[in-house]
Design a protein around this ligand. Sequence first.
Ligand SMILES: *[C@@H]1O[C@H](CO)[C@@H](O)[C@H](O)[C@H]1NC(C)=O
Ligand SMILES: *[C@@H]1O[C@H](CO)[C@@H](O)[C@H](O)[C@H]1NC(C)=O
Ligand SMILES: [Zn+2]
Length: 428
Amino acid sequence: MASSWLATVLLFVSCASISAASHIRRHDHTHAVRALLPAAWHHTDNHPVHALFKRGDMANDGVQYAEVGSPTWSAAFPTNTPDANAMPQAWKDALAAAVKAGKIPNIAPSKDTPNQSPTYNGDPNGLEICSATYKCRIDGDVWDAPDGVFGASFDDGPLPASDKLYPFLQQNNISATHFFIGINIVQNWKVFNYAYDALHGDIAVHTWTHPYMTTLSNEDVVAQLAWTMEVIHNSTGGRVPRFWRPPYGDTDKRVSAIAKEVLGLTTVIWNQDSEDWSMPTGTTPDKIHAQFQGWAAGPKTPGLVILEHELNDATVQVFIDNFPLIKSNGWNVVSIAQMDKLNQPYQNAVGTVGAVTLKNIVPDVAPVVDTTSSGGTDSSSGAPAPSTDAQGQTSTSSSGRSHGGLAWDPAGDVQHGHRDVHLRGMYS
Ligand SMILES: *[C@@H]1O[C@H](CO)[C@@H](O)[C@H](O)[C@H]1NC(C)=O
Ligand SMILES: *[C@@H]1O[C@H](CO)[C@@H](O)[C@H](O)[C@H]1NC(C)=O
Ligand SMILES: [Zn+2]
């Protein structure tokens, strides 16, 4: 991968530095007003997601899940790009119902063009498509933190480098949202258990194999998201995550609608990019430090959602080195789920460590600020049991991209790594 990858990185970096100074402004020329956390923060009790990830009973979920890390556990999940044809019928039915109900915009998938942002037949910044790759903000998607708030999140784990990050988070009492890649959970299940059991981090979705989501069919979008939800659900005593972050920040109205309407997921982007992922050939720790100095001492409106990774030792170290700047400048550090003070990282549990409930903890109420959850623990769900014929194995001819040749991809399709870093100026 070396030379062409390096060349693309350099091209990218020079491009990014031109626009760096006007980062926030760049985000503002969009159609939605400043998108803090959505006002309608919870979907309704009869949302289809409840039938897809159904629990047994309230006390202990009533389900015997395979032990995390056991051969039975790992064998039930796709080993590579999930095959949408082989996904559970209930997932297909939920998508079909949402499409039929007119909830999913009927726009064609974007075209995946090497070394360019995905392209469309229409205006990517128009109301119809509204591509986040082109910095168009969809109502309800999250880009900013509330004033004075630093919303902490890390992408791409769980990975070996996470083991360096978690003790630091614990020592500093930092709650963060971890946007996890499904296939990494299967491979690094001990790290996953650390994040969930010991750290009590918020576990969120970063897709199964990290593709450009807008290039996928509706069915493949569901497979990428729902398999990641399934592995989180079955490895946390039945918790259904509430947040996802699109790889490369690549979503549009169709993809965000599928996430929301079929799976109940809220889309989270960011408003500053540390570009930590581009080290060592792209940005440097010094440059990131200078950026953090500016962000930390800069305006508190809006608050900060900085793109950062638990990808390797270098990305973890820059966070450790720069976090004191955030603290000393008086930022209120919370996880993404805590940004509206509800602290509900899961659709069906009370807080980060509270009990799993049968249904949504809070029905659809708007606007929600500073509400304490209660109720909604109705045990009379009549929804049918999910069909979970765990399949989804695919051939080795993966079309998924890796992270610049980094460790998470078992199929070794690292030759695609250079495609991660191109002119779109976003990554996650
Ligand atoms: C996940 O758990 C459910 C029970 O809630 C089970 O039916 C399903 O087969 C499990 N999925 C996998 C992939 O193991
Ligand atoms: C840790 O943070 C929580 C809020 O997330 C706060 O309630 C608690 O007092 C903090 N503990 C320490 C030791 O700072
Ligand atoms: Zn990512």
